[in-house]
Design a protein around this ligand. Structure first.
Ligand SMILES: *Cc1c(COP(=O)(O)O)cnc(C)c1O
Length: 408
């Protein structure tokens, strides 16, 4: 099995031998489900009754007028239960856990969004749930920790290393090795060892399937370009996969952070700062130094702040099928404000990266065309960061106090 799961030179399954049988069991359960004609129906049924699928496609009439060119369509993943596309992945994996007859799930989380989604899935399906989170992130993300615990999950602060996401990933693997008989590791994005990149993309492909149908039904043709932000790559692969065989440009947008001329960013594919390596169970482009030590990344959007990237996206870049760009924190906040004021939509700061890149390119796109932007999640969670960024004196004291209350 170890030779499977390669996308060109990327991917693979670099795992301790003790996990081979568990990974094999997962590969089989996934193949079995995919070949079962009733499985996709079971999946879409639960997504339409428990989350909000199919999510609508919104025509951004005011932004279209504002830019005066191509018509802008927005795929509304922000309307999902728990506020983002992450639920598509965790519910799919939850169904596989049931098929494998396991009773416990574990997950790693940085900003806490994937932890909340996993804890929600576990509550719905009646699984025991443990979430690993770096101690630094536990302090930064009080509200998400609160909800995970209310949902019945045990949140374990990880005190190793730099006490952030990558340390939580290591700890989750350690747990899995010890408890694999009854435990499934719910990986949060299209990264990690095979079969996770393929499996997570499979569940997220529901976004692209719906979007292609919806835009074609409305416009009678396909968009010229599709934009999505790229953290690990799951929402991007989800929407892009609907258009792989079409003459449609696909643009993945990474975090340019404080600027591409600084080291404070998370642009792994848009820049030449990264190099190929093996970590976290797979081979891809990582932001690392010459000795293979992972660099620190930065983004105003916590969900894009990761050193690796999906091996499937790395391969699609090499083939020239997907173009990658990076947007700075400052550009993100401008695109965020414009979208909120003109459309009444509050995008997550992650998603606002895709909006910012689309806005930049609109002058080059024919007015007869349309573009499609994936709104991966809603921005309510970003209240403190946005308030801080705009530093409105009227709210500053209040927000600051709330932030302190949360982290107390
Ligand atoms: C987690 C998250 C992302 C980044 O994850 P991908 O796997 O790259 O999609 C993007 N947007 C939102 C709203 C998120 O919560």
């Amino acid at each position: 099995m170890i030779n499977r799961g390669y996308y060109g030179e990327f991917g693979g399954a670099f795992i301790p031998e003790i996990l081979f049988s568990t990974i094999e069991e997962l590969v089989e359960a996934f193949q079995d489900a995919r070949n079962d004609p009733t499985f996709w129906k079971e999946y879409t049924d639960i997504m339409s009754t428990f989350s909000c699928r199919p999510t609508p496609l919104t025509f951004a009439e005011n932004l279209t007028k504002h830019f005066g060119g191509a018509r802008i369509y927005i795929k509304r993943e922000d309307l999902n239960h728990t506020g983002a596309h992450k639920v598509n992945n965790v519910m799919g994996q939850g169904l596989l856990v049931k098929r494998m007859g396991k009773s416990r799930v574990i997950a790693e989380t940085g900003a806490g969004q994937h932890g909340v989604a996993t804890a929600t899935m576990a509550a719905k399906f009646g699984f025991r749930c443990t979430i690993y989170m770096g101690e630094v992130d536990v302090a930064r993300q009080r509200p998400n920790v609160f909800w995970m615990e209310r949902l019945g999950a045990e949140v374990i602060p990880v005190r190793d290393g730099t006490r952030i996401l990558k340390d939580a990933i290591n700890e989750a693997f350690r747990d899995w090795v010890t408890n694999m008989d009854d435990t499934h590791y719910v990986l949060g994005t299209a990264c990690g060892p095979h079969p996770f990149p393929e499996m997570v993309s499979y569940f997220q492909s529901i976004i692209g399937k719906e979007a292609r149908e919806q835009i074609f039904e409305r416009e009678g043709k396909l968009p010229a370009r599709v934009y999505a932000c790229v953290g690990g790559g799951s929402n991007a692969l989800g929407i892009f996969s609907g258009f792989f065989d079409d003459p449609v440009q696909l643009i993945g947008v990474e975090a340019g952070g404080k600027g591409l001329d600084t080291s404070r960013h998370a642009a792994r594919l848009a820049l030449n700062d990264s190099s190929i390596g093996v970590a976290h169970g797979y081979r891809t482009y990582f932001l690392q130094d010459e000795d293979g030590q992972m660099k620190e990344t930065h983004s105003v959007a916590a969900g894009l702040d990761y050193v690796g990237v999906s091996p499937i996206l790395a391969s699609l870049r090499q083939k020239g099928r997907v173009r990658f760009e990076a947007i700075t924190d400052k550009e993100v906040l401008e695109a965020f404000s414009l979208t909120v004021k003109m459309e009444g939509l509050v995008p997550a700061l992650e998603s606002a990266h895709a909006f910012a890149q689309a806005f930049k390119e609109l002058p080059d796109i024919s007015g007869d065309d349309m573009i499609l932007i994936n709104l991966s999640g809603r921005g309510d969670k970003d209240i403190f960061i946005v308030a801080d960024a705009f530093a409105d004196p009227k709210w500053q004291g209040f927000i600051q106090k709330k932030a302190e209350d949360y982290s107390a």
